[in-house]
Design a protein around this ligand. Structure first.
Ligand code: ZN
Ligand code: ZN
Length: 224
């Protein structure tokens, strides 16, 4: 996705009024070509000092590719125009309304930890109990990636997914489960073998109903 496209996405989101720009933590990033060029020079200086040979055909463009890739990998700040659609349904009340879950996962995501700017990546499972609005299943994937493609921490990604769904859909409940590998612990430091960090977030009915939480994990195939 180009910078222009994501910027347009933000405009559309803002035009959407109560489109939850605040809860999604969106803001436009104004990065000029002149700045990008300067950042490439910084990157070149760091890579070269740390040992990269920058004059080979393979590496001569690496600083430029690195800066562009970093910009792209953090494009989640700028929104996603295709997220806007939510559909009206009708809450018919009764047990269905408070118990019927919509569950999607595993949704692959990639994020950058804000402590080291190194990747953490894994899977998200998202569930909700609809009331009067539903969201297209593919939008759940977009929502996860919107919050993952930033400098962030796993806890915040989960909270933001839960809060955004809560605000967009006003559902009876939201469940979010994330499991991720953190390269900042695997590539350096303690170098644990292959730890998986797991986080859960519950809103609404899920917070009060342990049976719903179990059902969510079973449906996700996570109950072993
Ligand atoms: Zn880290
Ligand atoms: Zn309802």
């Amino acid at each position: 996705m180009s910078i222009v496209e994501v910027a347009n996405g933000l405009e559309k989101l803002e035009a959407g009024g109560e489109a939850d720009t605040a809860v999604m933590g969106l803001h436009r990033r104004d990065v000029s070509d002149e700045q990008l060029h300067r950042f490439e020079q910084y990157a070149a200086e760091i890579f070269s000092a740390f040992g990269m040979e920058l004059d080979s055909p393979a590496t001569v463009d690496t600083p430029r590719r690195f800066v562009r890739a970093l910009l792209d990998a953090t494009a989640g700040y700028e929104g996603d125009p295709k997220l806007l659609t939510v559909f009206e349904t009708e809450c018919r009340g009764g047990p269905d309304c408070r118990l019927s879950q919509v569950i999607e996962g595993p949704i692959q995501f990639y994020a950058l930890c804000e402590h080291h700017a190194l990747p953490f990546y894994g899977h998200a499972y998202v569930g909700y109990i609809a009331h009067e609005r539903i969201i297209g299943i593919s939008k759940l994937t977009r929502l996860v990636r919107l919050f993952a493609r930033r400098f962030t921490v796993q806890e915040r990604v989960g909270q933001q997914i839960a809060d955004a769904l809560d605000s967009m859909l006003a559902p009876h409940g939201v469940a979010v489960y994330l499991e991720a590998h953190h390269l900042c612990t695997q590539m350096r430091g303690v170098q644990e073998a292959s730890p998986l960090t797991r986080t859960t977030f519950w809103r609404g009915e899920y917070a009060d109903n342990p049976a719903l939480r179990s059902e969510f994990f079973v449906a996700c195939g996570l109950q072993r």
